[in-house]
Write a protein that binds this ligand. Sequence first.
Ligand SMILES: [Zn+2]
Length: 512
Amino acid sequence: MNLRALSLFILVVVVNGIQGQPLSPAAPLTVLSKEGRRPLAVTLVGDQEFVALDDLAVLFQLTVREETLGAITVSYKGKTIVLTTDQALASVAGKLISLPAAPVRSGRRSLVPVEFISRALTTVYDTRLDLRKPSHLLVVGDLRVPRVTIRYEALGTGARLTIDAAPRAASVVSQENDRLAIKFDADALDVALPQIPAQGLIQAVRVADAVSIAVDLGPRFGAFRATAQPLDAASRLTIDVVAAQTDTSSPGSPASPSPGSPGSPTAAPSAAPLPDLSGVGQSASAIRTIAIDPGHGGDDTGVVGSGGTKEKDLTLAVARRVKAAIEGRLGIRVLLTRDEDKKVPLDDRSAAANNNKADLFLGLHASASLRRGTTGAAIFYAAFDKDAEDKARASLGTERLPTFTGGSRDIELLTWDLAQIRHVDRSEQLAHLLEQQFHDRVPLSPHPVERAPLHVLESANMPAVIVEIGYLTNVDQEKQLTANEFQNTLVQAIVDAIVKFRDALDADRGTR
Ligand SMILES: [Zn+2]
């Protein structure tokens, strides 16, 4: 400390000795703008945070003048804020603005409460200023800086992180060795980190960089699943983590068969609903998008039961449930070919699935029979007559086409209306997996898996089936089909079949 600094120090002590409140440096504010981030020094007087007017002048191109005794003017582009040194007030164009404290002197600098920024400076400044006191951030301009709150909870033998970003911000989760990286689509983050108790699954949650959070994984980590869900004004990301399979600290687990694949981690039984981790590794999965086609719609009501149930309403209700379950539990995108009561041509339904590159097509219908006693679900996959198959196979040639980069590549040509032909084997496999999962849960018809020349399936360029969920012409089954409990069971069976199907595809592709 040189002599000048020493004398300033003494002066400060004397000045504040008079006021009875010591000055002490505090954690700086971080100023975020398009130009980047920079610190803004903060000084504590008592428990009030102050910033220096000359620091603000540099940051925001303000002109600060000490006027006649006791008055300070702060000007920006012709607008002026007037402060008085002994008053907790500012005035702008004749309007008084209250401040939590009066300006103080620190040596030759004038300090103002940080609230000066949010209450007074914002009234003259031409760019948005967003002061976030709890997180010590000052956001300048229209930057996307979501407030991210993270909650930890133990869940059975696993753990869950619930990460809310407000306003909404999309995020991507990836595993990099011993950590999960959560990268947000934002300019910066305003993060509140949780306390993590010791449990061996999640060691720590920390800020990795301006837009990423890192989750350090512990020795018990086995697998994780991330699910995104939009809330009213926030995005919610739920990350479920389960222990490695060798970590079977729960003696009761063999008694509870898991619906998941044999290779996936089995969660122990618990009162709390445990995460279905069948979505683990979804980024590498063969199924990323599923098209669900609720049959009929609009003036095409489909079958009408004696109780008045319309097939078009039933299929839409079930389709919505299946969509919610698949998206919520598996994190797979689901496209509905219709999400309202309207007529959609069959070709448009398969075209929507094709254009959205769906990896699986699931049509939903209900059946009718002249024999009122007929009941049970059935699963259909496409049938082609011999001629059509020959024609399709003949057209399955390749053609060499020029590319934009000057080379050429082989394009597989296929008659569009017979796109299903090369997926028929997979469609049959999916039909049988559905039958297996329905078994003992959803009543099946005597011939539950059938081939039929169904137009909507023929042009679907992915494994495709239609599930006839039951007979609306049977009085008892009509009641059953519209009941919550039955629909939940049906949806779970469909989800389980999709998990099995995906596991089979992934195993074939060697992605696991
Ligand atoms: Zn139908």
